[in-house]
Write a protein that binds this ligand. Sequence first.
Ligand code: UDP
Ligand code: MG
Length: 318
Amino acid sequence: MRPNTLYIVVPCYNEEAVLPETAKRLRAKLAALTAAGQISQGSRVLFVNDGSKDGTWAIIRALHERDPVFSGVDLTRNRGHQNALLAGLMTAKDRADLVISMDADLQDDVDAVDEMVEKYHGGCDVVYGVRSARKKDTFFKRFTAEGFYRVMNALGAETVFNHADYRLMSKAALEGLAQFREVNLFLRGIVPLVGYTTATVEYERGERFAGESKYPLKKMLAFAMEGITSLSTKPLRWITGLGFLIFLVSIGMLISFIVKWALGMTVVGWASVVCSVWAIGGLILLSLGVIGEYIGKIYLETKGRPRFLIREVLDQEK
Ligand code: UDP
Ligand code: MG
């Protein structure tokens, strides 16, 4: 069996309403898995306090003092879900063999952990939790969320459909993730780039257990924008395409005006003005796109992403 110290990483922002219940359920889950011999005694629940303004950290501290199965990481201020999650993952990486990330609000079905751990023992390094249905989401949330995955994929970001941040990663996969040095962080788009053997586990996403969503529409839109711009430079390419198209239209106009002029059907002065407006507009967009193309390259370079990650080296010891 593979080494099996499990850390469950839970980012928390103003979650005092749900934390006690989350802690109880996760502890029960760890106890059951330990009893079944699936994970080791040293497994933990790691809460990351993302600069909460309420009593979240006090609760985490109390939990830790009562029971060492609970650990905590306290961030200096609110850095947002993705950064909090990364802080947790990077802390857990050096202590655990497998790490599962999960939201604090119990929307992710805790029982899916069993299947994830099973897949890990079966040789998978990354296991994605995928929502089977969104029955409990409002129409608006479902529509926007599913549209988001479609747009992301159309833009060339390889994300797993209907997968949020409920996933298992092995130590090796986390070591790989640690080599992605980008500051604009969108984990869902980066984890697939890490590679390794992956699998998915379906689960039904429930409603928030208590408290309210920390992702209002404004944050959701910012998150979507971040995802698109940090993973892909396709929008820049679209500008180039648009510029080219508009330039073509201007040429088409020119030809049709010449034909009409030959037939004596034009108003004097109008054609030349319209043609040049379109031609110049098209050329400007086209040049912007070309400049953007280079900026895109620079942008991707500055991320300093690893060009490859090695899974294993076969080499005879001397
Ligand atoms: N979260 C966080 N920092 C933030 C916002 C949210 O750590 O700035 C955490 C939050 O505590 C929760 C998870 O991210 O564990 C998902 O947030 P939420 O459930 O509010 O999002 P929703 O499910 O409504 O999309
Ligand atoms: Mg939630």
